[in-house]
Design a protein around this ligand. Structure first.
Ligand code: TYD
Ligand code: MG
Length: 460
């Protein structure tokens, strides 16, 4: 009997090869090659066709004028926050991948979206490969009454699902999760890169062919990316991640890829008894319960997509008991913290060589933007001097290696958000001040432009 033909491919980027290799020639990752049965010829050609935008239809080149510019049809999900993350609603015929840790609330939010869409008259199908219909019903009962246009299906066979889609032509479909789906003609086991790739391809054809808006749930690996070939992220239109501390009540939905809107946009939700609820004022939510007049606490404003968000940076500097002091960063980049400490020592004369330094963003938030640099520096300095930063002060700005404070984007939006939350003094890069004047005066806000770290410290 002939052995089924197998191929090897990189579990990170999907690069395919006839033999095993230690390092992927495409993405340079080590030890990522796995053996898998070769995909059937038909599926392979579909895969090679790329985007699969118009599966099957031969296309002719068009000039710009010939392309119709009808705005995409969008449906409201019932969650303003989700609609914003998606770029203004669910685009008809789009494929959205939602990743996140187990138990973070992926199934819950999608069930709520299905319920809202069904209530708005859409024909919705929720397909689960993970939970039984009883389990789904129990969850649905916590969330509330569902319209009859929402139906449920427990199925993991992608081909069977395609038949159902063909028959019923729903407007919106949820696949929970892509890792449980399989195709009979692909001999790899469910959850393997080959199966994930082939099933996603199948569902994509349904989405584009029938104009179905589709949500795929994706499990994440230890590293926090969606399990399966990295290619999965390239195939879909939108990739959203659901993040947050499971112990904390709030959850953040972040878009990392979006063909129909801005990326890095976030939506904030709160897990309640009856499912997820939107948090209309995330800055206020994050700053709630902030200690007043405590040394080492500074509020900064970080742009998350197009939304300014106020977060509290907490720092603690205390004498070390070790030869080399400890530096711990939670919510900010560890290397960035070390760099800022070095800048403080060299450019601002701060004595940190025998101090342990801990920095934390309150509420389990994560700030990746360099605009938080100035806030981190001020928080450390405040803790070191054991003197609180005055009430009502907010600071943002990128710090360079020479101790200079560099400009950040959208300063006016940040200042406005700070004013809205009742802050009265804003320390920001000097170069941003002129732009602020052009944007119009902001009532009741004292603007302090600084050009270096030491100048900022003197101002506090
Ligand atoms: P779930 O949506 O099943 O997570 P995922 O699909 O991402 O794995 O979320 C389950 C968690 O949410 C579970 O810990 C219970 C909690 N939960 C609530 O707190 N309130 C609710 O109304 C629901 C439905 C779940
Ligand atoms: Mg789930």
């Amino acid at each position: 009997m002939a052995r089924p033909k197998t191929v090897f491919f990189c579990s990170d980027c999907g690069y395919e090869s006839g033999k095993w290799m230690g390092q992927c020639p495409s993405c340079k990752a080590w030890n990522t090659f796995v053996e898998a049965p070769a995909a059937p010829k038909k599926a392979q050609t579909a895969a090679r066709g790329g985007g699969g935008l118009a599966a099957g239809l031969p296309q002719t080149p068009k000039t710009l004028k010939e392309i119709d510019t009808d705005v995409e049809e969008r449906a409201a999900s019932g969650f303003g926050e989700l609609d914003r993350v998606l770029g203004g609603g669910i685009v008809k015929g789009s494929l959205v991948l939602i990743g996140g840790d187990p138990g973070i609330g992926k199934s819950t939010i999608l069930l709520q979206v299905c319920r809202n869409l069904a209530a708005a008259g859409q024909n919705v199908l929720y397909i689960s490969g993970e939970e039984s219909l009883r389990q789904i019903r129990m969850r649905a009962e916590r969330i509330g009454e569902c319209a009859d246009t929402l139906s449920f299906l427990c199925e993991t066979d992608a081909e069977r699902i395609m038949e159902v889609l063909h028959e019923r032509r729903p407007d919106t479909v949820v696949i929970d999760s892509i890792q449980t789906m399989y195709r009979e003609d692909v001999t790899a086991s469910p959850g393997s890169p080959t199966q994930i790739r082939e099933c996603t391809m199948t569902f994509m054809q349904a989405a584009k062919g029938f104009g179905i808006s589709m949500f795929l749930v994706g499990h994440v690996t230890k590293e926090g990316t969606v399990a399966g070939p990295r290619m999965l992220e390239h195939m879909v239109d939108t990739v959203l991640y659901f993040e947050g501390e499971k112990s904390a009540a709030y959850r953040i939905l972040r878009s990392v890829k979006n063909r129909f809107g801005a990326t890095n946009e976030i939506g904030v939700f709160e897990m309640r008894e009856d499912g997820l609820a939107e948090v209309p004022d995330p800055s206020g939510f994050l700053l709630d319960g902030r200690p007043k007049g405590a040394p080492g606490s500074v509020v900064t404003c970080s742009m998350e997509g197009t939304r300014p968000l106020l977060v509290e940076i907490q720092a603690l500097a205390c004498k070390t008991n070790f030869a080399a002091p400890r530096r711990t960063a939670a919510g900010v980049d560890y290397n960035r913290l070390n760099l800022l400490i070095a800048v403080m020592e060299k450019r601002a004369g701060a004595k940190l060589w025998d101090e342990d330094v801990y920095v934390n963003i309150a509420g389990g938030m994560r700030v990746t933007e360099p605009s938080a640099d100035l806030g981190v520096v001020l928080a450390i300095a405040s803790s070191l001097a054991d003197r609180p930063v005055p009430e009502g002060v907010i600071a943002f700005g990128e710090v360079g290696l020479s101790g200079e404070v560099r400009s950040v984007s959208r300063a006016a939006d940040r200042v406005r958000e700070a004013a809205r939350q009742g802050f009265t003094t804003c320390i920001l890069p000097k170069v941003c001040v002129r732009g602020l004047k052009d944007a119009g005066q902001i009532d009741g806000m004292k603007i302090v432009g600084v050009s270096s770290v030491s100048e900022a410290l003197r101002n506090i």
